[in-house]
Design a protein around this ligand. Structure first.
Ligand code: GCO
Length: 453
């Protein structure tokens, strides 16, 4: 990779807005638990608060209690988005803030907060792009089994209905769930995020119920005549770590779990065979009866992309018998290999699956780097290179005729990176977590220039 030494003042991108189609939408993203501060405004306890409170689950035992204090500093943050010059802001509504017990009487302060936030976006000419669920399941529902309990999907449909009837007149695009793979496999089989379960049964149940929740939510919002409904899936470019048959088969299983399970359920109303082999026995008995609900038509698909994975066979363990091997390319502070071509290769594959007409949005892409702040400034060269390389892939895909309508950078500002705490900095804006001071990085100014030309 060509890591240039960008000086702060002349930092700029290799591309500009006018290189992309006229209505191409540029945006920035965050999520509620990662920025708002769950201690404020009558927010209920979520399974993330509980998970983070248990020593050893999160680096430094950090939690989202204060996070970026966005609950109180939202105006400053919206001003920064406006000055950045992007078109839209992808944010999420905290279920625990709005329904502290997961159901029943909503928290008036929580509802009023999102009124202020959405009205604030509209007043600044920023298009609201709302994700209903970005992971803070109310603890009251987690206590009843969370995503392993079918009832949670129905409670989510109720939550969706409430949000849609309250804000639907002012929101341009709704996503039901952010990254169902993370909600289920990462959190219920790999145990790396709340609730930290590690069983195939919990994985299979949550992988099905999160999709049922998606389908029921789409139905609820359609019945309110809401337009522009979609979901945000995360994809990885998966390749075998070596030429062996075992590595090829392991890659097929890995790919089926992360790249195919959710997409094929929604587009084909079925689960992929290589994943069913291990998960089928644990699915609810009559799961196939839910596939019509899960396969509700959507209006757009969100794609999150960060890295590629090289996959090898893992001996001596049960399904899926896979392990990841670090690739040779430079890594981000997350130790994720920087592999922009992976995005270029995934896009046509996804487009073929969803159909050429389906609008695709890159809903997250970005990296964690820990470049130091010098004289109040970060040079931020790695981030500039990362965006340049990935946007070149997006542009290439558009030039080939793919229906990609937008690109959203992760993230507006440094925030709570889940089990990694506050140390992994994905923001265009630096946050000093002691003082909560916001300092735009060089990449912020480079984006700003590209947005103007
Ligand atoms: C995810 C989430 C974000 C993360 C980001 C970086 O993809 O895991 O949507 O909440 O912060 O992706 O890991």
């Amino acid at each position: 990779m060509n890591i240039q030494n960008h000086s702060f003042l002349n930092a700029h991108m290799d591309w500009q807005r006018s290189d992309f189609p006229t209505n191409f939408e540029f945006g920035v993203a965050t999520s509620a638990y990662q920025i708002e501060g769950s201690q404020f405004g009558g927010c209920g306890e979520s399974h993330w608060d509980r998970y983070a409170a248990k020593s050893g689950n999160v680096v430094g035992n950090e939690h989202g209690g204060i996070a970026c204090d966005h609950y109180n500093r939202w105006e400053e943050d919206l001003n920064l988005i406006q000055q950045l010059g992007v078109d839209s802001y992808r944010f999420s509504t905290s279920w625990a803030r709005i329904m502290p017990y997961g159901k029943g009487q909503p928290n008036a302060k929580g509802l009023a907060f999102y009124d202020r936030l959405i009205d604030g976006m509209l007043a600044r000419g920023i298009s609201p792009n709302l994700t209903l669920y970005h992971w803070e399941l109310p603890m009251a529902l987690a206590d009843k089994g969370g995503w392993c309990n079918r009832d949670t999907a129905y409670r989510f449909a109720d939550f969706s209905e409430l949000i849609c009837s309250r804000y639907g007149d002012r929101v341009d695009r709704f996503a039901t769930i952010n990254e169902p793979w993370c909600v289920s496999w990462l959190s219920h089989f790999l145990g790396l995020q709340a609730p930290g379960k590690t069983s195939l049964e919990a994985a299979a149940l949550s992988m099905h119920h999160i999709l049922l929740a998606h389908g029921l939510s789409i139905q609820a919002m359609r019945s309110l005549n809401q337009r522009n409904l979609g979901i945000v899936l995360n994809f990885e470019h998966a390749q075998p770590a070596d030429d062996s048959e075992r590595a090829i088969l392991a890659t097929e299983r890995h790919d089926a779990i992360i790249n195919r399970w959710f997409l094929e359920a929604i587009t084909k109303k079925q689960y992929p065979e290589p994943a069913l082999e291990g998960l089928g026995d644990y699915l609810p008995e009559s799961y196939s009866e839910d596939m019509d609900i899960i396969g509700q038509p959507i209006d757009w698909l969100g794609i999150n992309y960060y890295t590629r994975q090289l996959i090898a066979h893992e001996d001596g363990c049960g399904f899926p018998a896979t392990k990841t091997v670090l690739g040779p390319r430079p890594k981000t502070a997350m130790d994720w290999e920087i592999y922009p071509e992976g995005l270029g290769q995934l896009l046509p594959r996804i487009a073929e699956q969803v159909g050429a007409d389906m609008p695709l949005y890159i809903t997250e892409n970005g990296l964690a780097t820990n470049e130091p702040i010098i004289d109040g400034r970060s040079q931020d060269g790695l981030r500039l290179d990362f965006f340049n390389q990935h946007l070149a892939e997006v542009k290439g895909a558009i030039d080939k005729g793919l229906n990609i309508q937008g690109y959203t950078a992760w993230s507006l500002m440094d925030n709570y990176e889940w089990s990694f705490g506050y140390d992994k900095r994905f923001g265009l804006i630096h946050i000093d977590f002691e003082t909560l001071k916001r300092t735009p990085k060089a990449s912020y100014y480079a984006w700003q220039k590209s947005m103007q030309s």
